[in-house]
Structure formats: structure tokens, C-alpha cells
Design a protein around this ligand. Structure first.
Ligand SMILES: Nc1ncnc2c1ncn2[C@@H]1O[C@H](COP(=O)(O)OP(=O)(O)OP(=O)(O)O)[C@@H](O)[C@H]1O
Ligand SMILES: [Mg+2]
Length: 301
């Protein structure tokens, strides 16, 4: 498989300014290079997709963008400033995320989960909270109003007092989005937001992401549901074995034979493994014929 990186199709949204600028990001775990020299930008007003087979390094790349991992090499800038190396500082800087494996406070209510998401935006400090003075009560009221507004936005206001653990899976994902939005981000990273959703919930999530973008928040989204990605994204980057294979608009990426090969596992022309794969296939076909024949004889008896 060739791994040369090409940017094809429509040029990325040139109307917005670049807010996220990841350059040469590499993440190694011992001998394994999970992310290999990846460049990626996101501009304001853009929805960018990140796709790739299981284990391609997508979540690891997100972790490098959010201060969970410090990249082995490379640099990530958000609004022209190098990202701090702590995740809560990254959130405060304006990047929020959801997780592939939902991370909610399951024994807290839906509203409380969103309020937790607001803490990076609340200026009231420790003593203010302990003493519960007028400043604290005013800030608390404002936070509560904003949290309820966000629950309305994602369609969960009727369940504000429910425990998070009692929500169906699709609604837990929505709650994660509301909690991420509570930090008032400029860029939202979504890691498989429709995993486990039915088709209706997936369509609703698509609309939700458009609505988030319309509020001036750029979105970078990982997803395996290709229809969702290609409907939604202005630009799509494909990671394969840690490297960015292709980047372009939906139509271009969808038709790129290297992407099709990466997903379907079809050997490419001149692929060094193609001859071996063909031999294995031929051997398997021969074995099938033998078995069929034997079974046929068995049946004939
Ligand atoms: N903390 C870690 N320590 C060691 N290896 C890791 C760690 N995190 C991820 N990896 C490895 O890095 C590679 C990329 O994993 P990652 O989770 O980023 O893939 P992904 O593209 O998100 O896959 P999926 O679509 O299945 O979520 C995998 O081989 C994985 O086992
Ligand atoms: Mg992942």
C-alpha cells in the first residue's frame, strides 16, 4: 500500500482562518508508532472528518490534540498558541471533546453532568464556593441557565433530573456533547458520536453537528459511519496505520481507490503483498472445491 499523502479535490475552506494547526504529530508507544508524522488543520466554520480502519491511530491523534498525550514529535497549535500539556488547560484554551467510550458521571443527574462541564468557564474560585457569597450564587445561577439551554439544544431538557446512567445509550452520547459544549469551546472533537445509535438517532446527530457549526464552533469528527461522514464534512482526512493517506472533500475521498483498498483490504496493483494474497486466495479456493466435492460425494451416497 502506498502511503504518500495527497491533498486532492476542493481546497479546504479558505473563508475561515486556521484555528487548529497540528504539524508532524507522531505518537509512539514503545516500538509501536500509533500516529506517524500527521499534519492536520481545521479552520473556523469547518466540519472536518477523520476516518480510517480500526487501530489506525484516530483516537490516539485526538489524545495528542487534547493534552491527554504529549506527542513524541510534532507540535499542535490552537489559535496560534502551542497547546498546554494538560487536558483541563486545553479545555480552558477552547478545545472540548467527547470520548469513544462514554465518560459520564453516571450517578449524577443529566443537569449536574453539564454543570461539571462548565467549571473551566466559571471564574468563581474555591473560597467563593465554600463561603457561598453573592458572587457564587450569581455565577451558579448563570451556569445553571446555560446548562439548561444546552440541554434544550441537544434535546435532553425533559431529562435534566434523570440520573445519567438511566439514559439510553444514544442520549448518553448527546449528554456528552452537551457537557463538552458547556466549556464554550471554539473547536469540538467528537470521537465516534454515533456509535451504537440507530439510523434515526444518527440522522439527528448529523443535524446537531450542523447546528453546532452554525453556532460558530468548528468540529473535528471521527466516525466509522461513512454516510454520516460524507454527508456532514467539508473535508475528510484518512488515517491508515498512523499515517495520513489522503485528504480532500467528501466526493474525492469517497472515490479514492487507496481509501477503498484500505477499508476493504484489497491489495493494490504493485502492492508487495499482492502476489502472496493471490496465492492464498487460490489455495483457499482449491480447498473449498475439494471440500465441496467430498461433501457432494457424501450426499450422493
Ligand atoms: N496507551 C497506549 N499504549 C499502547 N498502545 C496504544 C495505546 N493507545 C493506543 N495504542 C495502540 O495504538 C494504535 C492506534 O490505536 P487507536 O485507538 O488510536 O486507533 P483508532 O484509529 O482510534 O481505532 P478504532 O477505530 O478501533 O477506535 C493501536 O494499535 C492501539 O493498540
Ligand atoms: Mg478510536
Amino acid at each position: 500500500m502506498t502511503t504518500d499523502t495527497t491533498t486532492t479535490g476542493a481546497t479546504p475552506n479558505t473563508t475561515g482562518t486556521t484555528i487548529l494547526d497540528a504539524r508532524g504529530v507522531t505518537m509512539r508507544f514503545g516500538g509501536l508508532t500509533a500516529v506517524n508524522n500527521v499534519d492536520l488543520t481545521v479552520s473556523s466554520g469547518e466540519i472536518v472528518g477523520l476516518i480510517g480502519p480500526n487501530g489506525a491511530g484516530k483516537t490516539t491523534f485526538f489524545n495528542c490534540l487534547t493534552g491527554l498525550y504529549i506527542p513524541t514529535e510534532g507540535e499542535v497549535r490552537y489559535k496560534n498558541r502551542v497547546l498546554p500539556a494538560k487536558s483541563f488547560k486545553v479545555t480552558a484554551a477552547g478545545i472540548a471533546r467527547t470520548f469513544q467510550n462514554i465518560r459520564l458521571f453516571s450517578n449524577m443527574t443529566v443537569l449536574e453532568n453539564v454543570l461539571v462541564g462548565r467549571h473551566t468557564r466559571t471564574k468563581e474560585g474555591f473560597w467563593s464556593a465554600v463561603l457561598r457569597g453573592p458572587g457564587f450564587h450569581k455565577a451558579e445561577k448563570a451556569s445553571r441557565e446555560r446548562a439548561l439551554e444546552l440541554l434544550e439544544f441537544v434535546g435532553l431538557s425533559a431529562k435534566a433530573d434523570h440520573l445519567a446512567r438511566n439514559l439510553p445509550y444514544g442520549e448518553q452520547r448527546k449528554l456528552e456533547i452537551a457537557r463538552a459544549l458547556a466549556s464554550e469551546p471554539g473547536l469540538l472533537l467528537l470521537d465516534e458520536p454515533t456509535a451504537g445509535m440507530n439510523p434515526q438517532e444518527t440522522r439527528a446527530t448529523e443535524e446537531l453537528v450542523f447546528a453546532i457549526r452554525d453556532q460558530g464552533i468548528a468540529v473535528l469528527v471521527i466516525e466509522h459511519d461513512m454516510r454520516f461522514i460524507f454527508n456532514l464534512c467539508d473535508r475528510v482526512a484518512v488515517l491508515v496505520q498512523g499515517q495520513k493517506l489522503v485528504e480532500g472533500d467528501s466526493a474525492t475521498v469517497q472515490g479514492d481507490e487507496r481509501v477503498i483498498a484500505a477499508y476493504l483490504g484489497e491489495p493494490l496493483e504493485n502492492d508487495p503483498g499482492a502476489a502472496e494474497a493471490a496465492e492464498v486466495e487460490a489455495a483457499e479456493a482449491a480447498a473449498d472445491t475439494t471440500t465441496d466435492t467430498a461433501a457432494g460425494k457424501e450426499n450422493d451416497r
